[in-house]
Design a binder for this molecule. Sequence first.
Ligand SMILES: *Cc1c(COP(=O)(O)O)cnc(C)c1O
Length: 352
Amino acid sequence: MCTACGLPIRVDYALTPDTLPRASLRGRIASLWRYREVLPLAAGEVSLGEGMTPLLQLDERTWIKDEAQNPTGSFKARGMTVAVSMARALGAKSLMAPSAGNAAGALAAYGAAGKLSVLVAMPDDTPRIFVDECRHYGADVKLVPGTIADAGKWLREHGASLGFGDAFDVSTLKEPYRVEGKKTMAYELHEQLDGELPDVIVYPTGGGTGLVGMWKAFGEMRALGWPMPRVPRLVSVQAVGCQPVVKAFVAGATKTEAFVNPMTRAWGLRVPSPIGGFLCLRAIRETHGTAVAVDEASIAPAAAWLASATGIDVCPEGGAAWAAVEELRASGWITPDARVVVFNTGTGIKYR
Ligand SMILES: *Cc1c(COP(=O)(O)O)cnc(C)c1O
């Protein structure tokens, strides 16, 4: 984050068709570090084999990108491998972040892998398993009343007194590298679909790093000269109980407003005031996408149906995305011929 203006910082590269010809990817490591020319480091200093997750085909027009198969069971691993590698390269000795769940587990694991100490703050109603997971990897965990926003505030006020005064702050979009890791989802789609990006990408949105990252990647792939017959329309999915991006989108606003009393069991979506909300809105509008809030009551059944129909370990956030696909197909926004990629962003096991 820029300390003068408070806005997120973006990493850019000088890209030409010679930077990363698609053919040069053949035979490279099967992790997101295969895209090293468009990452801030030439190699993952702290890597657990993240990325290159399966793209599972459901029917002729529908694919699930299964992010549950990342280390620590969610796509938070993508952001953390890049952020923690950079933090270490920049000389950090410790790391901290607030989290609604999966980011904390991933941070704890990558901190352990990189031999950096980790402090995380989480809402005190976060399921116990997320807390246990962090401690399993040796992190310090603090439970704070309220939401992830309150957890972030607590870290800023108390981190120093716990010896984390110089810690690298890995909070969503406070540093520019988690987006760099998450954008690789779009590069993988390009490779896995052999250049035919889908018409629609449906993405459950919390802080929005994935949405913003993929949007950034579309622009980069174009600069790299990769074939791009269409830019996918980005669909941001939230829960009715916490829908700052959807509300702002529907209202035609350019920024999100803090969502009061956020409530959803899809913990990854419980981000009431995303600092990159304005970027999510730009990404959605520029790609002619949309934003949808699904009923809390439809999330668990959608996840259960998808899991039992496919064998994929679907999390509530993935269930929300699936519920949105059904709604958008029913309303005709997704046309019968449209090819759709739906993100299952994490494992369902941690939510029981
Ligand atoms: C963090 C998280 C999200 C939201 O991701 P953003 O990129 O921050 O919007 C969605 N699903 C799961 C499982 C998550 O852990």
